[in-house]
Design a protein around this ligand. Structure first.
Ligand code: HEC
Length: 108
């Protein structure tokens, strides 16, 4: 009886993980939509803006390296690197971190 209870708990947490993982990725994609990233990085590229695929390609060098991602986030939010783009600088630390991690992991 006790054993059965344990295995049911295990199942539930495994299931939760399986459900939460794709949800987290979709939440970041939604974040990019909500913050208008696609206005410049989407189908109709504006100014010098690289496409989302290109961004993901560039940021893939930070894949699996949270420290490097954080360093990039700081510079990015400070607006130092790309001539002050409001959409970049308005992001909260949480949103910027989530978006950079998302892009570094492929942006899908
Ligand atoms: C107003 C247009 C605009 C919007 C909106 C915008 N960007 Fe950008 N972004 C740019 C431009 C232009 C550059 C490239 C500047 C350059 O290369 O000099 C850039 C560069 C970047 C880079 C750096 C790429 C590199 O070379 O390392 C990242 C990452 C990025 N944008 C992510 C985002 C995200 C995420 C959002 C949504 C929150 C967003 N951008 C919204 C215009 C925009």
């Amino acid at each position: 009886m006790r054993h059965a209870l344990h295995s049911r708990t295990f199942c539930a947490s495994t299931l939760l993980l399986a459900v939460a993982w794709p949800l987290a990725a979709n939440a970041s994609a939604q974040l990019a939509v909500d913050h208008g990233c696609y206005n410049c990085h989407g189908a109709n590229l504006r100014d010098e803006a690289p496409s989302m695929e290109r961004l993901a390609q560039k940021l893939s060098k930070y894949k699996g390296d949270p420290a490097a991602q954080q360093k990039f986030v700081d510079k990015y939010r400070a607006g130092e690197m790309f001539g002050h783009i409001d959409a970049h600088e308005r992001l909260s630390l949480e949103s910027a971190t989530a978006l950079v991690r998302w892009l570094a992991e492929g942006g899908k």
